[in-house]
Design a protein around this ligand. Structure first.
Ligand code: LLP
Length: 438
């Protein structure tokens, strides 16, 4: 097998190799394999829709993050979480960021030591806090004054062996260049405490007062997600530094947010580039080299590792208007196009090097017209009913935001590596849809 050829200059060309997982390779018959597994055969064996993760790609990105940031770096599990993923990130040396009791539960069940977990959430319940504190999570990221109240009540009651380490989440007051739904660094946000309003300073005073039941280890800021412009992170660091440096704290966690390329023509900085930029901005802003600067990438670890495979069921040609290609999934396995207007590419794994002269609208099987996966998807001329069709770069916020809308069972998740395929999450059955009904 050989790696697909160089970048595609025009719109009729084959899928761009840089959008495919690390081990993607086209066989002599033109079919695409990932992890040494033929995707069309895999689809026939395990059914569709299916999320196919390249395990080697996931491991490479985790190692890149650990190499770039050191062992304090955590994988933001909201991007994609199951037992296999939690174990993989832990095996590769990453901590895990969990933001709900559910994510905490999965991480602990996967065997990730609690000390390697960072707990987030703008509305952590007392129960979530108690579970995390009792388990001994490594860091709790305090998000509000109400949470400080809860911790002050709870921690003394639990009789913990030592004071829990916390970070304080602050909003530096920056509007990062990204979709407004995933922008979180601005003053007007449900997350964290504002620098400009003085709320962050007030929270630090409370967390550090004599007799405080928690130990403030550092400051946390997450300015948003799918950010390509390193200048947005640089600006955030400039704004943070004036607050952070006088506090003389050992840790600064800069959250996640690094963007990834989804469609042809997009390019994103690597995790290593991002880390270098963050560190150099910290130095420029006067943050001492002794401070542990860490981060929580989610999307950049998992997005490009996966491809979703669907089966084409219906092709409806409307002359002069458009061609609708319907597949057996849709907004229930990928709500991102509907939520954020996100773009994706399409291709046929049976002809991965083929030209794609036909433009079609790829839609799902849900009962609404908004159920569009790719508005202008390009496919080979001979696309036919029964074809296995792929959308690449679906590893982040696809399975994790999947729903059972229209009682569509959630797809399977498989990991491929060294010619073998293992099911990480089995496909839901119709009976699974009834498991909570009385
Ligand atoms: N840390 C915190 C505190 C976060 O809130 C997030 C993402 C991350 C880290 C990881 O960010 P990443 O590296 O993945 O950008 N559903 C949206 C993305 C929501 C991101 C929420 N927070 C999407 O599909 O684009």
């Amino acid at each position: 097998m050989t790696r697909p050829g160089g970048p595609s200059p025009g719109r009729r060309t084959a899928i761009e190799p840089s959008l495919l997982p690390a081990t993607a390779a086209i066989g002599p018959d033109g079919r695409l394999g990932v992890g040494g597994v033929d995707l069309v055969e895999l689809a026939h064996d395990v059914g569709t829709p299916v999320f196919v993760y390249d395990e080697e790609h996931l491991r490479q990105r985790c190692r890149e993050a650990v190499g770039a940031f050191g062992e304090g770096v955590a994988y933001a599990s909201k991007a994609f979480l199951c037992l296999a993923m939690a174990r993989l990130a832990h095996e590769e040396g990453m901590g895990l960021d969990v933001s709900t009791g559910g994510e905490l539960h999965v991480a602990l069940r996967a065997g990730v030591p609690a000390a390697r977990l960072v707990l987030h959430g703008n509305n952590k319940s007392e129960e979530e806090l108690a579970t995390a504190l009792t388990a001994g999570v490594g860091r709790i990221v305090v998000d509000s004054f109400d949470e400080i109240d809860r911790l002050e009540r709870l921690v003394p009651r639990l009789g913990l062996p030592s004071r829990p380490l916390v970070l304080l989440r602050v909003t530096p007051g920056i509007e990062a260049h990204t979709h407004e739904y995933v922008r979180t660094g601005q003053e007007d946000s449900k997350f964290g405490l504002g620098l400009a309003s003085g709320a962050a300073g007030e929270a630090v005073r409370r967390l550090r007062r004599p007799g405080s039941p928690v130990d403030l280890a550092g400051i946390h800021a997450h300015i948003g997600s799918q950010i390509f412009a390193l200048s947005s992170f640089e600006r955030a660091i400039e704004l943070l530094a004036g607050f952070f440096v006088p506090l003389d704290l050992p840790e600064l966690n800069l959250g996640g947010g690094l963007g990834v390329a989804y469609v042809e023509g997009e390019t994103a900085p690597s995790i290593a580039d991002w880390a270098t930029a963050l560190r150099s901005s910290c130095r420029t802003a006067g943050i001492p080299a002794s401070v542990r600067v860490s981060a929580e990438p989610g999307r950049a670890i998992v997005a490009a590792a996966a491809i979703t495979l669907y089966t084409v069921g219906t092709i409806k040609e409307l002359p002069g208007i458009r061609t609708y290609v319907s597949v057996d999934g849709g907004m229930s396995d990928n709500p991102r196009p509907v939520l954020y207007g996100s773009g994706y590419e399409t291709f046929l794994p049976r002809a991965a090097a083929a030209q794609r002269p036909r433009t079609v609208t790829l839609v799902g099987k849900h009962c609404e017209s908004g159920d569009v996966i790719v508005r202008d998807g390009r496919v080979p001329a001979d696309l036919a009913v029964g074809d296995i069709l792929a959308t690449p770069v679906t590893g982040a916020y696809g399975h994790s935001m999947a729903s059972n809308y229209n009682k569509v069972p959630r797809p399977a998740v498989v990991f491929v590596r060294d010619g073998a395929c293992r099911v990480a999450v089995r496909r839901e059955t119709f009976d699974d849809l009834l498991r909570n009904d009385d």
